[in-house]
Design a protein around this ligand. Sequence first.
Ligand code: FAD
Length: 709
Amino acid sequence: MVLIGGGHANVQVLKKLCMNSIKGLHTILISEHFEAIYSGMTPGYIHKDFSKKEISIDLQRLCYNAGATFIQDKVIKLDTDHKELQLQNFPPIYYDLLSINTGSISDTKKIKIEKSSKCFFVKPISSLVKNLSRIDQIIKNKKNKIAIIGGGVATYELAFSLIRRYESNLEITILGKNILKEKNLNKKTKKNLKEIAKNLNIREYPGEVISISEKNLILKNGDKIDCDLSLVSTGASIETWILESKLIRDENGFIKVNKNLLSTNEKNIFVTGDACSIDNKPRPKSGVMAVRQGEVLKENIFLKLTGKNLIKFKPQKNWLYLIGTYKNYALLNYFFLSFHSRWCWRLKVWIDKNFINNFKFTNNLRMTKRNFELENFKNTIMHCQGCGSKVSKNTLVNYIKKTSDNIYLKDSSIVNNKSLQILQTIDHIKLFSSLNPFDFGKISYLHSQNDILAAGGVVKSLSVSLSVPFSENSVEKFYLEYFMEGIRFEADKNHCVISSGHSYKSQEPGITLTLNGEIESNVSKNSAKVGDLIYLSKPLGTGYLLAAYFNNSEMLSGDDFEKILNNLKKGNYFTVNSAKKSGSQTMTDISGFGLSSHLIDICLSSNLSSELILSSDILINSNIDLLRIFKSTGFDNNQKSSSEYIKISENHPLKNILFDPQTNGPMLITINKQNQKKFENYFSNETDIKPILIGRFIDKLEKAIYVNE
Ligand SMILES: Cc1cc2nc3c(=O)[nH]c(=O)nc-3n(C[C@H](O)[C@H](O)[C@H](O)COP(=O)(O)OP(=O)(O)OC[C@H]3O[C@@H](n4cnc5c(N)ncnc54)[C@H](O)[C@@H]3O)c2cc1C
């Protein structure tokens, strides 16, 4: 099952999967961002009542708890004939069941927007949140004329929250051809909204905007309105990939669904939220509707997968509106009722927090789940092990056909070598739950490559053994192709030949790589000299940070996970090049044994000691409390085997980083003091980061490592 978009409905499906599991089902969520923004709390975020963390759902973590795989990317094509999705950056994905909940975008079809204009779109709401710091920059210290183009309730709520955010720095004009025309709003609410706007000096200007330039807007009747910045909060529109699909759509492009929320022409595609239009029962687009549909979607997906009858979604004609106005006040609208009060704000906060808190996981492990089975599950899988659990030949040959001519699966390959000496190394890493196998393929290649680089070599060929989960067809294909494409993505950069492979199924997916390399320069662990400087090529911390994240620590957000992942995907090839060009002959990679173990190896074999000055610059995440509280599984062993060689104060806040195991960790590089500038320049030219200076070698003393107080 593939879920596209972490909208208000799909997140509910994942939440249900946190408490229930369906044997035989594999779930993938594709979303543009690591975090989903809850629309109802966004105006509150703008006027600083809530933090970004409070209004966000961490999608990677939700997937981890749901037993699903998360892919951060954008779907760009849907081919319903082949049940195939094309993504912007990742390889294609095949689905058996699809759920689209991708929201909508601001409708700008009829507005000409000049490049020089400072124009921001309110939808998708995530882009508004992302752009807020840019808007802050524009508005900072200056009285600004802001135009909000739209005229719906969201436009007013947005205007109120901007006034509060920037206090007296704004003159806001709301422009629209249909100001407050929504028929669910009663007269009193409309009057109230207009009055509040007037009291806050917000101007209303009826009319249709046809163009936006750097300094002004032009209306259809020819009027010109001065503005320094504009926000487009016009009605909802739909993205091109949906318009280009074969899904039946309404006159505005939204996908038509039946009462079960299934596409009217594709019975294995659910569509919810702004992206859908209920056949014969159109309703205004709203987060409330998306949340309600989510309640039905999560049941229907379970019912469909387990072969039961689906339930109906009954769209309401009217619903409760709670519109934030100013300091802790909200306006309530329900049929003919309209109140403007503090208790309305408290009610709004209570409802919103109740929803969003469903997706927060407090420092504990995953919940116990109720078990279900796919409708036809019993007939399909029995793991006898007599076949060595091999992946099916079709899946393998289909993949190999795309990438090489070895379709008859030659028994072995010839690899040409310039020299009789080859460098060889083997590594295995187990797939982190919820991480997509494409990124994991990249990480496992980079992790293994470090051993060859640290020996002064370059990778020439590799053999791979893939362990994919017990699965058939689309799932088996997904793992095999994603693992392989991730490895290939990195291997191609080094012109490394993939010479042989093996694949099998197991409970623990992962990758074993054997790399062969050619020696380029003499690098060893025993040639460090007194005075040589010690650098790390990137920060440390993957061990304890992943431990914290996968223990559901609230101290890490989706944004923090993105940073960890980016670090895991950063290779050391160019950093080693800069070291070699600067005459370095001693380096090693920091792996599962941690920084101290690798530095001790160099000290002992070079007959030296080292002096370290540790600061939080060496951490991927600067929150030192995380380092104090969380430890990865390998930590204790690392500490046991290295402690006797180290002098460090018991209370040193960074002590634990010495023993933290790394996946694709940094290179530890030694540089002669005279070459310091040269190295730092090469390094900065070849990569987008700076090397981290952590210490120097000194004459041999009793201990191998001395750490500053
Ligand atoms: C300022 C403002 C305030 C609002 N306040 C309220 C309110 O108080 N109450 C209310 O009911 N409604 C409110 N709304 C309306 C609400 O924003 C939308 O109707 C609602 O967010 C739609 O929900 P959804 O689940 O359809 O999609 P969304 O919440 O928009 O989520 C869609 C997700 O899909 C992802 N995505 C999109 N395209 C792709 C792709 N191609 N590939 C992968 N991922 C993709 C997006 O990044 C996003 O995370 C407000 C709107 C605005 C602008």
